[in-house]
Design a protein around this ligand. Structure first.
Ligand code: 1PR
Length: 539
């Protein structure tokens, strides 16, 4: 029996799913006494350091946790659950951590996108049984803006490099903590968790010592989901957002099945977009929640869900906040939510009033779940203009002239799945969303969507140069070379595609095979994620 400490702040479902898939039973501790009675304790921290410690204090968990940690029983802290072990954090200076390990938590102060999101490697610093069965080159999924700075180097188990070399995991006797998320790290993460849970705790394979790790460029599979005319939830795909063919919604497969296939083929992340979310309220659209729950049982890479994340009043006059909608998605297995139409309306309002309300979906969700949990999905379309000062919007010079030879264009934001164009441009939107607390930009392009003609490099460069958060390039991938092109010609951290994967024109593993040696990627064996870690030594 594994006890999992849930202080109610976020998505612990993926950790539970990952442990249960290893054949263990999870008991969720919701009272202080249950911490004292635990035999093995897993603590997945979610949210922000200050609010986490505040909740732990309010619930009376702090002393039982300290007692447990001093008792010599196994402990696994994930992300914030590891940071909690230290004395203080730059995220909340006035707040005391558990202080079990000496040291602090610092914020990244580097020339790279923050949060550090994605798959990075580990430099192993000392032997540990949790590495049993792992090869030296594995990558793990990170998502954080803060990192630990232990006072005593002897506790550092691994380091990773991201602008700076930082401690990415620690071990002090039976206490293990990782900055990365093993529950979201595919086969490697499952193996690591299996090693922690293993009964035989003595066997230790000397690790392969690596120096220097690199964040991988992520390959993301996107599933646009909606009900077809028969009312079944299907994965669909449009050409420039038109998902109907001869009047009928294209049906490219079942969402859960496709997500599982992409996981097996090596997708680094999976994104579901409920494309009619702007008119259907997601909490009444329960099939989407069911899709997420089922997917998260077998798919151990990050899941993003978008569509309909906004405040909503139902027919009975009950109002739900965007935060409540997001909370339901996080509880169902999402790691990030993606906000489309509402982000445009929020930014328009901010620009009109010159004020942040603190109440928008972007601000409220990022405050509770952290910036990294809020993705902004942008649906822009190119508008050509004759000169840079022809309009007030952010105009760029383009190498692809317009129909009348125009040498300039701007990217018009749209809402409601491209149905309504607005006066706002994509660059201004992205900048404003970053300021409001968004952690990542999913940059679609209506002109390129479904065309197989490659990504819109000019759009991606314009947005990427305007923000410091990661940007996911999306729309237009037609072959593996297009991924190489987008990573060589832009600084995008990830590239997303839909049609070529759904139609099996280019499988994800073929994209990775092509990119190997050209671009830093997370290597995966076909079907490696299907096999599970059951052969882990000691298991
Ligand atoms: O506005 O917050 O309710 O969110 C709705 C979400 O649904 C938005 O993220 C919006 O991008 C998405 N959406 C709405 N309508 C459509 C449509 O296609 N009719 N899909 C739609 C957007 C675009 C991409 C696509 C890439 C890659 N899909 O995500 O997957 O363009 O495609 P490709 O590789 O085949 O070129 P809200």
């Amino acid at each position: 029996m594994i006890t999992l400490l849930d202080y109610g702040a976020g998505n612990v479902r993926s950790v539970i799913n990952a442990i249960e898939s290893l054949g263990e039973t999870v008991h969720i501790a919701r009272r202080a006494e249950e911490i004292a009675g635990a035999e093995r304790l897993v603590f997945p921290g979610v949210g922000a350091f200050g609010s986490m410690m505040q909740i732990l204090n309010q619930k009376g968990y702090v002393e039982p946790l300290r007692d447990y940690l001093k008792s010599g029983r196994p402990f696994f802290g994930i992300c914030l659950g590891m940071q909690a072990l230290f004395e203080t954090s730059a995220e909340a200076f006035a707040t005391e951590g558990l202080g079990i390990l000496k040291g602090t938590v610092k914020r990244f102060d580097i020339d790279l996108a923050v949060p550090h999101i994605g798959w990075n490697g580990i430099n192993v610093k000392k032997p540990s049984r949790i590495f049993n069965g792992l090869s030296g080159n594995e990558k793990f999924y990170f998502v954080h803006s803060y990192y630990i700075a232990p006072a005593d180097d002897a506790v550092i188990l691994t380091s990773s490099d991201y602008g700076v070399e930082f401690a990415s995991s620690v071990q002090a006797g039976p206490i293990i903590g990782t900055q990365f998320h093993p529950e979201k790290s595919g086969r490697a993460g499952q193996l690591l968790l299996a090693n922690f849970l293993a009964v035989d705790r003595t066997k230790v394979t000397p690790p392969e010592i690596l120096t220097g790790t690199k964040l991988a460029k992520r390959i993301i599979a996107c599933l646009d989901v909606r009900s077809n005319d028969q009312g079944d939830l299907v994965v669909t795909k449009g050409d420039q957002y038109d998902v109907r063919e001869e009047g009928i919604v294209r049906n490219l497969g079942k969402p859960v099945e496709l997500a599982e296939r992409y996981y097996r083929e090596g997708a680094d992340e999976i994104t579901f977009l409920n494309i009619t979310g702007f008119r259907d309220f997601p909490l009444e659209d329960m099939p989407m929640i069911a899709v997420l729950k089922q997917t998260s049982q077998h798919v151990f890479v990050p899941l993003t869900i978008g569509g309909g994340i906004r405040d909503y009043t139902d027919a009975n006059g009950r109002t739900y906040t965007a935060l409540e909608v997001a909370a339901e998605y996080f509880r169902s297995g999402a790691d990030k939510v993606s906000i489309g139409s509402d982000a445009v309306l929020i930014v328009e309002e901010c620009l009109r009033t010159g004020e942040k309300t603190g109440q928008s979906a972007i601000e409220t969700i990022s405050r509770v779940y952290g910036n990294q949990a809020v993705v902004i999905s942008v649906d822009p379309r190119r508008v050509y203009v004759p000169s840079p000062d022809a309009v007030e919007q952010h105009v760029i010079a383009t190498a692809i002239p317009g129909p009348s030879g125009e040498a300039y264009c701007w990217y018009q934001c749209t809402i409601k799945g491209g149905r309504e164009g607005r006066d706002l441009d994509a660059v201004t939107l992205a900048k404003a969303c970053e300021e409001l607390g968004a952690g990542e930009i999913l940059l679609n392009c209506i002109d390129k969507d479904g065309t197989n003609s490659g990504f819109d490099i000019e759009l991606i460069n314009a947005v990427k140069q305007a923000v410091t958060i990661p940007v996911i390039a999306s729309s237009g991938a037609g072959n593996a070379q297009h991924f190489e092109e987008v990573f060589r010609r832009t600084a995008a951290e990830a590239a997303l595609a839909a049609g070529i994967f759904h139609r099996r024109e280019v499988p994800i593993d073929a994209v990775k095979t092509y990119l190997d040696g050209k671009v830093e990627i997370r290597k995966t064996d076909r079907n490696e994620n299907g096999g599970g870690p059951c052969n882990a030594p000691g298991n």
